[in-house]
Design a binder for this molecule. Structure first.
Ligand code: HEM
Length: 496
C-alpha cells in the first residue's frame, strides 16, 4: 500500500498553505523546511513529521529543494540495504538534473558526486571499498589503543593542573585527530593547526577552502612519501592494495577516512561526556557499576548519533518505502537520529539499550562504516582514561547554558566547561591513575556543579581498571598487587 500524498517531484499546491506562506513557516506544497526558523530544533521537527506523515516524510532542503527524510528504524535499514533500488550516486537526483540545485547550493559539499567509495556503487564501490577495508584490517588494534591512551594522557596533562577545561576544544576535538594522524602514518602532522584546519573545513566558514587545502596538502605529501617508501601504516597498505588506486584516489580516500573519523568521533566523545556529566541516571549507573564505559558509549550512539543524517540516497526506479510512493530520481536522507528514536522499537526512551547494538549510528548495508571499531575504541579508552584521571569532574556551568551548533547532517556541542580539583601531570606512557581525593569525595564522582554526591564507585567489569596507586608521577609506583596482575594491566594499557 502506498500513500498518494504528497509526491516529491510534483508537490500538490492544494495540500497546505500557499507556497512560502510566512504565517505557517512552511514552504511550497505546505512542506516543512529542514532549515531556517522551522528547523531550530530538528529533533522536535522530526517528531512532528513522524506524527504527521509516518516513517517517511517529505521535506525541503535549502532553496526549497524537495527531499524525503526517513524517520522509521526499519525503513532506514531498508533504504541502506537495498542497493538495487537506491544508490548514493547523486548524479541521478532529479533536482540536480533539472538544475533546481545550483552549484553554489550550501549542501553541495555533501551532495556533489566524488570518485570515492561513499559515492560509488556496484563493482566500483567494491574495488574502492576493498582497498579501504583491507588497509583497515592491517591496523593493529592494540597499538591503536596504546596511541589513544598516550594521547589522552598528554591532553589531560595539558589542563589537569588548572582545575578547569573545555572538554570539546581541549579534548574531544583533539583526540580523534591525534589518533588518526598516527593510524594514517603522519603523527608529525598532528598539532593545533591541523585540528583547527579540519574543524574550519567542516564548519564551512569563509576560510574553509583554505583550511581544506591545508589538510589536503598534508595528505598529498603523505601519499607521495609512502608511494616512494612504504611503511607499515594505513596509507602504505591502501597504496599497495591490488585495486591499484591512483595517487588522486589514495588522497581522496585518506581525506574521506580522516574527516569521517575526526568529525564523528569528536561528536561521540563530546556527547558521551556530556551525558555522563549531566544525566543523573547515567552517572549513577556508571558509578554503581551497572554500566561500563563501552555501554555508556553505545547508549550515546543510540540517543545522539554523531551523524544525525547522511546525504543522501537516490531512487534508481519507481518504488515504495514506508507506504510512500518514491519516484525514480527522488532523494532520501538516511537519518540515524530520528531512526534511533522510532517509538516502534523504543516505546520508552528512558529505558537503557544495554547490550543492543542495532542502532543506525554506523549506517548499514554496503556502505556501513568500516571504521566503527576504531571510533568506538577512541571513545571507550578516551572517556575511561579521562574519568579515571579526573574522578571529581563536574560541569562548570548550568546545563541550560550548553549550546549546540546544528546542521541537517550533525549536531556539535560548542563547549563543555568542567572543573575539578587541580591534579599533577602523569607519565603519558603509563595507565591513568586516580589521584587520592579528600575523604568526602569518592572516586569516579562525576556530575554537575549542583548535583548531590553520587554513590561510591563499585568495581566495573570491563575494561580492566588501573590499580589504585598514590600520586605523584613520574616514578611509576608499584602497587600492592600481585606482580603478575600489574604486568598484565600494563600490557593491556600498552596494547601488548
Ligand atoms: C563514532 C565514530 C563514527 C561514526 C558514528 C561513523 C558513522 C558513519 C556513517 C553513518 C557512515 C555512512 C554509512 C552510509 O552511507 O550508509 C560512515 C561511513 C564511513 N566511515 Fe564512519 N563513522 C565513525 C568513525 C569512522 C572512523 C574512525 C573511520 C576510519 C578509521 C570511518 C570511516 C568511514 C568510511 C571510509 C566510510 C565510507 C564507507 C563507504 O561508503 O563504503 N568512520 N561512517
Amino acid at each position: 500500500m502506498t500513500s498518494e500524498s504528497p509526491s516529491l517531484t510534483g508537490t500538490d499546491p492544494t495540500s497546505g498553505p500557499p507556497p512560502g506562506c510566512p504565517a505557517h513557516g512552511l514552504g511550497p506544497g505546505g512542506l516543512h523546511r529542514l532549515y531556517g526558523p522551522d528547523a531550530e530544533d530538528l529533533g522536535s521537527l522530526y517528531e512532528r513529521l513522524r506524527e504527521q506523515h509516518g516513517p517517511v516524510a517529505p521535506v525541503l532542503l535549502p532553496d526549497d529543494v524537495p527531499m524525503w527524510v526517513v524517520l522509521g528504524h526499519a525503513e532506514n535499514l531498508q533504504l541502506v540495504r537495498s542497493p538495487s533500488q537506491y544508490t548514493r550516486d547523486s548524479r541521478i537526483w532529479t533536482p540536480l538534473l533539472e538544475g533546481t540545485v545550483k552549484p553554489d547550493h550550501p549542501l553541495m559539499p555533501h551532495i556533489a558526486w566524488q570518485p570515492i567509495c561513499s559515492h560509488a556503487e556496484g563493482d566500483e564501490h567494491q574495488r574502492l571499498r576493498a582497498a579501504v577495508t583491507a588497509a583497515m584490517t592491517t591496523i593493529d588494534h592494540r597499538s591503536v589503543r596504546r596511541h589513544i591512551g598516550r594521547h589522552t594522557q598528554a591532553l589531560v596533562n595539558g589542563f589537569c593542573e588548572r582545575g578547569r577545561a573545555d572538554l570539546v576544544s581541549q579534548f574531544a576535538e583533539h583526540l580523534p585527530m591525534a589518533v588518526m594522524c598516527e593510524v594514517l602514518g603522519m603523527p608529525e602532522e598532528y598539532d593545533d593547526r591541523m585540528v583547527q584546519a579540519a574543524r574550519d573545513a567542516l564548519k564551512g566558514t569563509e576560510t574553509a577552502i583554505q583550511s581544506h587545502g591545508y589538510v589536503m596538502d598534508a595528505l598529498g605529501r603523505l601519499t607521495t612519501r609512502r608511494r616512494a617508501l612504504p611503511e607499515d601504516d594505513f596509507t602504505s597498505h591502501l597504496i599497495a592494495h591490488p585495486a591499484g588506486l591512483t595517487d588522486e584516489e589514495v588522497r581522496e580516500h585518506l581525506r574521506l577516512v580522516l574527516f569521517a573519523a575526526y568529525e564523528a568521533t569528536a561528536n561521540l566523545l563530546a556527547n558521551a561526556l556530556r551525558m555522563v556529566l549531566t544525566e543523573p541516571g547515567f552517572r549513577a549507573q556508571l558509578n554503581g557499576g551497572q554500566m561500563t564505559v563501552p555501554e555508556a558509549i553505545e547508549q550515546s550512539l543510540w540517543d545522539e548519533p554523531p551523524f544525525s543524517t547522511v546525504f543522501g540516497y537516490y531512487a534508481k526506479q519507481d518504488t515504495e518505502l514506508g507506504g510512500r510512493r518514491i519516484r525514480k530520481g527522488d532523494g532520501l536522507l538516511f537519518a540515524p537520529a530520528p531512526g534511533n528514536l522510532d517509538p516502534r522499537i523504543r516505546p520508552d526512551l528512558s529505558a537503557g539499550m544495554q547490550g543492543n547494538r542495532s542502532h543506525l549510528a554506523f549506517g548499514g548495508g554496503p556502505h556501513e562504516c568500516p571504521g566503527q571499531d576504531i571510533g568506538r575504541a577512541i571513545a571507550d579508552v578516551g572517556v575511561d582514561a579521562l574519568l579515571t584521571r579526573l574522578s571529581d569532574i563536574q560541569l562548570d556551568c548550568a546545563e541550560e547554558e550548553l549550546r549546540w551548533r546544528s546542521s541537517i547532517a550533525s549536531r556539535h556541542l560548542v563547549a563543555l566547561p568542567v572543573r575539578f580539583e587541580p591534579k599533577p601531570q602523569q607519565d603519558v606512557e603509563m595507565p591513568p591513575r586516580p589521584v587520592a581525593l579528600p575523604p568526602q569525595r569518592s572516586a569516579r564522582q562525576v556530575g554537575t556543579a549542583s548535583s548531590a554526591p553520587a554513590p561510591a564507585a563499585a568495581p566495573r567489569p570491563a575494561p580492566p581498571r588501573p590499580p589504585q596507586a598514590p600520586a605523584p608521577l613520574p616514578t611509576p609506583a608499584e602497587p600492592s598487587r600481585p606482580r603478575g596482575a600489574w604486568r598484565r594491566l600494563l600490557a593491556w594499557w600498552r596494547g601488548e
